[in-house]
Design a protein around this ligand. Structure first.
Ligand code: GUN
Length: 295
């Protein structure tokens, strides 16, 4: 079994980006600027956004955090997005999800200028991704592809079972894995809550990508020897013995499954850190594309 070390690879990617930013600075160019909009005080979202801002600082990006109260109206949020769209100093921005229930998520995501949509959530970017055109690929699926690439995991013709059909992970990764390329060219099955016999499918899988959010869902008796396991689940399980009051666990019963896996991502330290690295990569891409357009 070999660990797919997302923490290590994400640090390598951040170091590579930092070198490019240093060169931009040296040449007197504008450095990439990422803004994050957070509405409300969801604990996990505060952690993620804090981590994104800290990462920006580390690699020399400019960053702006716009923290709005839980009671912010949809109209006020759309107004803020419009300002960010127009602000030529901002190369890319994200609206952290989930949003409060009184705000229509789809309406908000559609208001983001696709050229600044470094989360890749706008229908234009999702559609372009699905059609193999230049786009912004959502950070989590992009991170999974990069991890497979850097560890030279063979995906060609492999049966990949994706568990979960979310717009952010399951749906896009099922498309990316089936596309021509390396990684890619996989034969993909997309399983979800209405799938009849998930175990029958996972037992046939060469690669399993689980993005379900159910702690320790995937057990050793559900996988064959030599399977590649990508665990996208990050669930906070309440635990009074921990100082923070919870511990983090994935969708995979790591203890049992790792004994049969050829490659496996740990949680934490697998897909999670890759997500942030690829968001930064997308922001660098946004800066480069804006620069190329303005020349
Ligand atoms: N919530 C969970 N994952 C993400 C993500 O990748 N981007 C944003 N904006 N919100 C999220």
């Amino acid at each position: 079994m070999k660990l797919l070390d997302g923490k290590k690879i994400s640090n390598e990617i951040k170091d590579e980006i930092a070198i490019e930013v240093a060169q931009m600075k040296k040449g007197g160019e504008k450095v990439p600027h990422l803004a994050a909009v957070l509405v409300g005080n969801d604990g996990a979202s505060l952690t993620y956004v804090g981590s994104k801002v800290r990462s920006c600082e580390r690699i020399g990006f400019q960053s702006t955090l716009i923290h709005l109260p839980e009671t912010t109206s949809e109209e006020a949020l759309l107004q803020k997005i419009n300002e960010l769209n127009k602000n030529s100093d901002i190369d890319g921005f994200i609206v952290q999800l989930p949003l409060p229930k009184h705000i229509d998520k789809q309406k908000v995501l559609m208001a983001v200028d696709p050229d600044k949509d470094v989360d890749g959530f706008h229908p234009t970017n999702f559609g372009r991704m699905a059609l193999d055109m230049e786009s912004f690929i959502s950070a989590t699926p992009f991170g999974i592809m990069e991890l497979l690439k850097r560890y030279e995991v063979d995906t060609q013709g492999k049966h990949t079972v994706v568990i979960g059909r979310s717009h952010i992970v399951g749906r896009p990764i099922s498309i990316l894995m089936s596309q021509k390329g390396n990684p890619g060219n996989a034969t993909v099955t997309l399983a979800h809550s209405r799938t009849k016999d998930i175990k029958a499918l996972t037992l046939q899988a060469d690669i399993i990508i689980s993005a379900l959010g159910v702690p320790k869902f995937l057990k050793a008796d559900m996988v064959k020897e030599g399977t590649v396991i990508i665990d996208v689940g990050i669930t906070r399980v309440p635990d009074t013995t921990k100082e923070r009051g919870y511990y983090i666990t994935g969708d995979v019963d790591f203890e049992g499954v790792s004994k049969k896996a050829s490659f496996i991502t740990p949680v934490p330290g697998g897909v999670g850190p890759m997500t942030i690295a690829m968001l930064l990569k997308n922001t660098l891409l946004a800066r480069e594309r804006h620069r190329a357009r303005n020349h």
